[in-house]
Design a protein. Structure first.
Length: 249
């Protein structure tokens, strides 16, 4: 995704920014090949009715309102439906971040000041002092989003949000009676495992295994499966807690 130039719209204040994605895909890229000849597979857009391949400029969008019946939309019609001020990040409110369930978080972007900007620094400091995040709306590509803007030591990070109808949380909260001793042991087990969030220590073991396997194959070695440690299953909750705690000690 290329850098996006936009504006944070904050009351009557406009802050020019450059938006950069802060997440990169770490997966090893594989191509699909024909097993017989090892040539790459091609994907052709094909019309089964006309029995011909289709070019990109021959494709329109259709909404199936009944089985096999479509309402069609061309690009001009769809452009008329785009929101106003789509190039802006329009702030609508400021809320405590604790009120937003992380299940709503989608993708994150760094919002950097386009030029040396007092307004950008002021906005950062205001978010820091109030300990709130800005809820805003914007358009990325062809999709409308609500998002949050939050202060970090690196600047403003914008995180797009899923809509309520996209997040399938249960309707009822969990409940039930607990044994005090079991709860005490569970808390002690948590305490024995507590630590700090250190993302540099969390490695993608599966991708590391794939990269090592690629090196092995290039060197003519056979891929061997990793030995898995057998896990003891304990059905009694109290016994499982006690044994887990004893193992940590």
């Amino acid at each position: 995704m290329p850098n996006i130039h936009s504006n944070i719209s904050f009351g009557l204040v406009n802050i020019p920014i450059v938006m950069n994605p802060i997440i990169k895909n770490n997966d090893t890229s594989f191509n699909q090949l024909h097993q017989k000849c090892l040539n790459r597979i091609q994907y052709v857009k094909y019309c089964p009715h006309c029995k011909i391949p289709i070019k990109e400029n021959e494709i329109i969008k259709g909404y199936e309102y009944e089985k096999g019946e479509y309402l069609t939309f061309d690009k001009t019609e769809l452009n008329k439906l785009r929101p106003e001020n789509e190039k802006e990040i329009e702030i609508i409110s400021f809320v405590p971040i604790e009120e937003i369930d992380p299940s709503y978080f989608e993708k994150s972007y760094m919002l950097e000041a386009e030029t040396k900007s007092k307004a950008y620094l002021l906005f950062c400091e205001a978010l820091k002092k109030t300990k709130r995040v800005a809820v805003a709306k914007t358009v990325l590509g062809s999709k409308f989003y609500y998002c949050i803007l939050r202060f970090t030591a690196y600047g403003i990070i914008m995180t797009t949000l899923f809509f309520e109808e996209e997040v399938l949380l249960p309707n009822e909260q969990i409940s039930g009676k607990l044994n005090d001793k079991e709860l005490d042991l569970a808390i002690k087990l948590i305490e024995s495992l507590k630590g700090n969030f250190e993302p540099e220590k969390y490695k993608d073991e599966y991708q590391d295994n794939i990269k090592n396997a690629i090196d092995d194959k290039l060197n003519g070695k056979t891929i061997k499966s990793k030995k898995k440690k057998p896990k003891t299953q304990v059905s009694d909750l109290m016994e499982a807690l006690e044994k887990s705690l004893k193992g940590k000690k």
